[in-house]
Design a protein around this ligand. Sequence first.
Ligand SMILES: [Ca+2]
Ligand SMILES: [Ca+2]
Length: 490
Amino acid sequence: MGRKQLTAAALLGTAACGSSGDSTTVTDAAEQTTAPAETEPVETRLYDAVPEADFGGKTFDILTAGNWNNEWTEIYDFQAEEENGEPINDAVFKRNLAVEERFNVEIVEINHMGNDKGGTGKGAKFIEKSVMASDLAYDASLMGAYDVSTLSYNNYLLDLASEVPHIDLTRPWWDQKANSDLPMKGRMYYTTGDISTIDNDCTFCILFNKNLLGTYDMEDPYQLVRDGKWTLDKFIEMASQVSQDMNGDSKYDENDLYGFCIWQDSMMGMVNAAGEKFCTVNEQGDLELTLNTERTQNMIERYMELAFDRTISFSIFHSGDLIETMFANDQVLFYSRYLCIIKKYRDMDTDFGVLPYPKFDEAQKEYYHTVAPYGCSFICVPAVVEDVEMTGSVLEAMACESMYTVTPAYYDITLEGKQLRDDESAEMLDIILGSRVFDLGQFYQVGTLNEQIMNLFRNNKKEFVSMCEKFAKKATNDLAKINEAFDAME
Ligand SMILES: [Ca+2]
Ligand SMILES: [Ca+2]
């Protein structure tokens, strides 16, 4: 976590400074007053180990593609024309400039964000065509999860761990949870980290309305989180207290008051929140189906009881479009979404906070958060690039620099001003971003189970087990194909 490291670094700097000030070994008073080490924090930032190089003014072309378009996300991970006072833009600008000057390159983003809507594979086509033609069009890419998945087992990408020099995935600017969740047969074809913020914004969370919490005199959810007592049962208990037919017309619609409003993806989020996954890599290194466990059944069944109650939960059955307005309008206590939504509440008058997804029960040690497969894009390198030395050098240097520019800016814009208005939200953000799950079963869309679990919700059906059984054969066939493809690449 970039922010934690920065905090630790700042503390270390202060401590070092203080102890040297107290030191009795300093004998020369004149030297003491002029030595910058006495007044400035000790240098504690980390540096990458990329050797210095001059790439002769070449352009570093990075292809961006994914389901979400820039207008929705407001994320420009590699593009910043000039400093304009917007924190992430300015961080990207500074980071790019530092890397460009260091290696004598020009970073150019080729933007196709929003182009592979619905997992149509359009984003992947750019790389497939480029690799087949060896036209050296892209030096790297930030590619949508569905597309980067198929690219990886169809041999269109380099292994970031072994085939791209200078990238060191063990360094803190690369996502360490990704290192444990994403490798197939020991190879890492795509990852994320401080270099991008789209993965942050794709991380699931639950917003809550502080006014309503006060009105109903409820327990402090932050304290529940800290005490490990933020569980599904507690969540249901609190949400169920808030329900009112506000206009007295005996109908529940957008004019009324609710404990919860639901984004359909939360069906996937609840599986991961219980510490379970759609698919898991087994001891042989194969991806296997693990969705239909007793624990997941239990989690999903309890969740559906809440989610399907029209007097407590506002959802797609009422209207797909009104949730955001209603939350801003103090009509909803809890709202399940992902961190990107926080930006949409810049102008909301009411205070709100952010919470982790609930645990299965108090015995579960950690909270877990889905990284949305639909919206997230990952760093990858096409199988054929102009200069793999340049690709590795620039990516590693950008990732490192991002830890000190982009990540702090992300915390600033997500937490400051009219958005999340308290220190506790920062603490929650640390928990949420530090407990992410990258579920390969979701990324590879195994057995179309992502859609099927959401279809239960969309179609008002609670038969989770029979859905799993119905699609098990398709899932098994998909997995055989994926596992064979990875085997064939060894
Ligand atoms: Ca990130
Ligand atoms: Ca009503």
